[in-house]
Design a protein around this ligand. Sequence first.
Ligand code: RUQ
Ligand code: CUA
Ligand code: CA
Length: 648
Amino acid sequence: MSREHNKTPEEQLDPSRRRFLNTAAVAGLAGASMSVGLSACNQDSKPASAAPAAAAGHADAAHEGQNPHLKPGELDTYYGFWSGGHTGDFRVLGMPSGRELHRVPCFVPDALVGWGITNESKAVMGTKADGSLKYTVADTHHTHASYKDGNYDGRYAWINDKINSRIARIRLDYFICDKITELPNVQGFHGIFPDKRDPVDPAINYTTRVFCGAEFHVPLPNDGRDLESPEKYRSLFSCVDAETMEVRWQMLIDGNCDLVATSYDGKLAATNQYNTEGGYHYEGMMSAERDACLFVNIARVEEAVKAGKTTTIGTSKVPVVDGTRAANPDPKSALVGYVSVPKNPHGVNATPDAKYFICAGKLSPTGTVIELAKVLDWFDGKLDDIDKAIVAEVELGLGPLHTAFDGRGNAYTTLFLDSQIVKWNVDAAIRFHAGDKSAQYVVDRLDVTYQPGHVNASQSETRFADGKWLAVGCKFSKDRFLPVGPLHAETEQLVDISGEKMKLVADHPVRPEPHDFIIFKRDLLRPKQVYDMNEFPLAVKDQKEAGVFRDGKKVTVRIASLAPAFEPREFKIKVGDEVTIILTNLDKVEDLTHGFAIPKYNVNFIVNPQETKSVTFKADKPGVFWCYCTHFCHALHLEMRSRMIVEA
Ligand code: RUQ
Ligand code: CUA
Ligand code: CA
């Protein structure tokens, strides 16, 4: 064992870097100077604690490690769901190879699929009165999937849009977005987390709610009032129904929300808060030494909603309960409890043994461990001070952000400023905190490149964390890939965590800029490769059902595709017509997708096997327009066309 492990945690931090935290690092984290933040990863400022033995690429002598490389034709053993950041998308990766398999369009238009072009996708995305899309930008951060018995059940995934406060649901049978909900009276919607079972009904051992945190304070309602009175701005915590996707309730809170986690018993939802000060400049948001992690008692909130102890805000009909400190003085009836956590915490994560929540300190070099049973004791009136639920608060390194788990009692926390992952043992941290100063909770450190944000491990957010693979999303790649101009790819790094020491095994460039992700076993999903035609009420079920159907100026053109032809092969419409094209792909063969593009009419979309889609447009240009198949489908793919004749 290296000398590092015999140091007290105090000694594990290089003193010069601790001074750095108190001054420039804080400015760097606050965004005032990213170059200051980055200087933390320069070689010459590496702390002694990043001992060479713990550095990247040094294999554990006793441990051979796992091979992430697949032979041609070999399949990955895990799925990864990745957020795309402000590309607005939801990405599907195969793991451990890191190969990107799919992007599921949800919030923003997608030219490949025709998302935002077809009527069906526009109905999901939401349109304005003139039929144009309500929003075309999004910023996806957090993606999580539905649970049953503490593991993913393969029904749904959800992802947030921070810009426009929307939550999208992805159906995991077809990997399509089927619903998007906009949260009322919320800005900066950031963390999401599904519940893992019902807090009251033990028969409901699966996800029925998704909790949503809102980061920014705004006037309530935000209709022009209180513009210059930031002390009146507020933030809400929201609960969305997993099935209907309607907002069930919202809760007015003190401070703000950032990320969200839920307990395995279904009783609590947690959200970390970095702006308990209600600051409206970064200095104000970091003036206090401690902020909080808020614990919501789900059963009590839903009782209060049922009992009508609610208000509404502005034009929204969503019931709002009062979760402020002032409205919840008695723990035995409180809807929420606020646990004090050091300075601008980021990230709250539930351990796979279901016992603890861990908050990372961000502006404090610490990780805080909060014991679930003690929080519940406080709600029962058996613990006088909710802060006594904190069972460890230990130093980890500079800029701790997110934490993953291996199912063997270890946590892996990203250190943004140190450009490291620190592996630490939760039980040892608790012993250390309780006074056993010989407890060595830091197990290993790994340098990553550079400035890691999110981290996750295989099955980490389930009861079945398997401690095999860990991925880390590094915010900067700098010199890791061939230069492509000023905009750099980001680095997703793959780490083998099956041994005592972490082992960096691969770098992947990713298009900016993913945030959170989950990694889980491939057999938890059973996607279908061919659609069920009954999903589509408009389906053109047979080539004989194809043709042009006119109702005054409204024209419906029903088209069927069967490689290598569209039926009808030609159709006539008139300038001034409102044209709806309905296209069904009659091919049943897996992977036989057709496209349908109409030149000069700005139309292109695809239909997968047995799928139906429609588009509506105004015929405003006379002429001949070859509607052609854009998706390579057949040896006669280029010949696969239908002639649209628009008469003057
Ligand atoms: S938050 S690092 Cu949404 Cu950490 Cu991305
Ligand atoms: Cu049909 Cu290409
Ligand atoms: Ca703060």
